[in-house]
Design a protein around this ligand. Structure first.
Ligand code: SF4
Ligand code: SF4
Length: 466
């Protein structure tokens, strides 16, 4: 039986909980001088990382220590928002005792972007198109570190922290079995507070929009933001990509606000969404611009949802451009040197101002952890719950990741009709491209379906109580 830390992490099926879901054993096998725990949580209204840090500070600190030992890193830093310093006093104490630094970050968006976080924590700039490892850093979400800590004790990933907020009577953070239907989360938050709602899974800035509440919570889902169907964010996100680009082509006046407020541009990278928008009008001559000035965009959405005075879609134009680039196998070919824009520090977008602009400031309430047991009768576990499978952050709702980035599906180890117990490995990732094992998140009887492995527990055992 394997026993090295990366093997234990792999065995437990740990993937990044920050959105893209990169298999954690790969990071645990790398060499670095610094490990950064990402607890910045800058998506408006989501608070699951904060609540996890309050409840499970020792496990997160243990996780970062284990990752430091496994990567050879001498320095460990936990990045959190300064506004939460008081609630995070126990975390600070635990970190101090373990020789780990706590970095208090400003309340601006998007502090959780890896390029920004690495710069804020180390003053190092990741080379264009690179990853934190290129500057000796491994970045891991705080929930991923909690899961790594549990993996070292042989505990697999079977649950997920999620926040449910927005148009609900009671915004809450919960720990639920992986595979729980969205409908159960909404019920736990008191039901929808409007007749007709849609939900942003993973956040309003970088998440995907859905009205399918039978959809399951995956290992990468940070939560749900419910909004009335008539809310501008819902209507804007519901447009087809074709319509977004058509409007952009006719209405963009090249004011360049989108570029002037782009956090990657301000950090010194060659991201210029206004030039990508310009190429919508000149596609025959603009191919180079279309690709080059979008490639380093992190899809944070600020340009579309905050900067553009015309309510156009520069982020979506960048998404499309990046997808084109990947489909053609193009790699970064712009300038390789990076120097921070002199106005970087003065042009951050405060979260409060962003929420006002988005029209969601009325939903900005604490989403404290609710000590309730949400035990669904039925869970659905997709066979791939990592990079690319839960769609968005990197790609946005309209642009699927190419196969080369989306990893392989796990192979079921169970058959329809088989009884399984919580924690049992039910699907195996056998190597090759990125992937992760999957474990039963509840006791019950299995069905293999096209959506993944469904586990259903006998009626009399299911319960949901506050
Ligand atoms: S901010 Fe809007 S109008 Fe101005 S250049 Fe960007 S997309 Fe065009
Ligand atoms: S989404 Fe817009 S603001 Fe964000 S990195 Fe991309 S181009 Fe810049």
């Amino acid at each position: 039986m394997s026993s090295g830390f990366p093997d234990l992490v792999r065995e437990a099926g740990v993937v990044g909980c920050g959105g893209a879901g990169f298999p954690a054993h790969i990071k645990a096998s790398s060499r670095a001088d610094t490990v950064i725990a990402n607890g910045a949580e800058c998506e408006p209204l989501l608070h699951k990382d904060l609540e996890l840090l309050v409840r499970e500070a020792p496990a997160v600190v243990r996780g970062i220590r284990l990752l430091m030992e496994s990567t050879g890193a001498k320095r460990g830093i936990i990045g959190v928002k300064k506004k939460n310093a008081e609630r995070l006093a126990p975390l600070s104490a635990a970190a101090q005792g373990a020789g780990v630094e706590v970095l208090f970050l400003g309340d601006f968006y998007p502090t959780g972007d890896e390029y920004i976080l690495v710069y804020e924590a180390t003053r190092r700039l990741i080379p264009p198109g690179g990853i934190p490892l290129n500057v000796g850093v491994v970045v891991s979400n705080v929930e991923t570190l909690r899961n790594m800590s549990r993996a070292a004790e042989g505990i697999p990933v079977t649950s997920k922290y999620v926040t449910v907020a927005g148009a609900v009577p009671r915004a809450v953070t919960l720990e639920v079995p992986v595979g729980t239907p969205f409908a159960d989360l909404i019920r736990a938050a008191g039901g929808a507070a409007a007749d007709d709602v849609a939900a942003f899974s993973g956040g309003v800035m970088m998440g995907s929009l859905t009205t399918d509440f039978a959809q399951p919570v995956t290992k990468t889902c940070a939560g749900l933001i419910l909004l009335p169907m008539t809310h501008t964010l819902v209507t804007r996100k519901s447009l087809t990509p074709g319509a977004m680009h058509r409007i952009g082509k006719s209405a963009c006046d090249q004011c360049s606000y989108c570029t002037e407020l782009c956090p990657r541009y301000l950090l010194g990278y060659e991201v210029q969404p206004h030039k990508v928008m310009r190429s919508l009008s000149f596609t025959a001559t603009g191919e180079d611009i279309w690709n080059r000035y979008a490639d380093l965009c992190c899809s944070c959405g600020l340009c579309t949802l905050y900067a553009c005075p015309e309510d156009l879609y520069p982020k979506e134009a960048c998404d499309r451009s990046k997808a084109d680039s990947r489909a053609r196998g193009l790699t970064w070919h712009g300038k390789t040197e990076v120097s921070v824009h002199p106005i970087y520090d003065g042009r951050h977008v405060p979260l409060g101002r962003l929420m006002k602009k988005l029209g969601i400031d009325r939903y900005d309430v604490p989403a404290g952890f609710a000590e309730m047991s949400v035990m669904p009768r039925r869970v659905t576990l997709p066979l791939a719950q990592y990079a690319g499978q839960n769609v968005p952050p990197e790609a946005g709702q309209n642009v699927p990741l190419p196969a080369s980035k989306s990893g392989t599906s796990a192979r079921p180890l169970v058959r329809t009709g088989e009884r399984v117990s919580r924690g049992q490995k039910i699907a195996e990732y056998s190597g090759g491209r990125t992937g992760a094992h999957i474990h039963a998140s509840i006791d019950g009887v299995v069905s293999l379906t096209e959506k993944g492995i469904v586990i259903e527990q006998p009626q009399e055992r299911s319960r949901q109580h506050a």
